[in-house]
Design a protein around this ligand. Structure first.
Ligand code: FES
Length: 113
């Protein structure tokens, strides 16, 4: 059983969370709030690492800056040690954004409120 959580918070929802949720449903056959013999799919109001949006978790493992094309490998854990980002590049999962990137993200989100 894989417990999948797709973030639908403000940042993730705006930056592609809906498309991620739709792709997860296509790949698993499970809609948000449902469970079948292999998957449980839930949504979150915020997973707590908004600056990497859109984000999802599988069995509590974080997947940041997810692109719909990454959903199948993430769900099937084809690359268990890799964290894929929206550019298709693989990054160090412990890498932090620089201060300038965080400021840009905060300014962007501030414009939305
Ligand atoms: S809104 Fe998705 S991690 Fe915060």
């Amino acid at each position: 059983m894989k417990d999948i959580v797709v973030c639908m918070g403000k940042s993730c929802g705006f930056l592609g969370g809906v498309e991620i949720l739709e792709e997860v449903t296509r790949k698993t056959g499970v809609m948000a709030g449902q469970t079948n013999e292999h998957y449980s799919l839930k949504t979150s109001g915020c997973l707590g690492y908004c600056s990497y949006a859109p984000n999802m978790e599988v069995n509590k493992k974080q997947h940041k800056a997810v692109d719909p094309a990454h959903v199948a490998p993430i769900i099937h854990d084809d690359n268990p040690n890799d964290h894929l980002v929206g550019t298709g590049q693989k990054t160090d999962p412990n890498a932090n954004l620089g201060a300038e990137e965080i400021l840009d993200a905060n300014n962007f989100l501030g414009d939305l409120s």
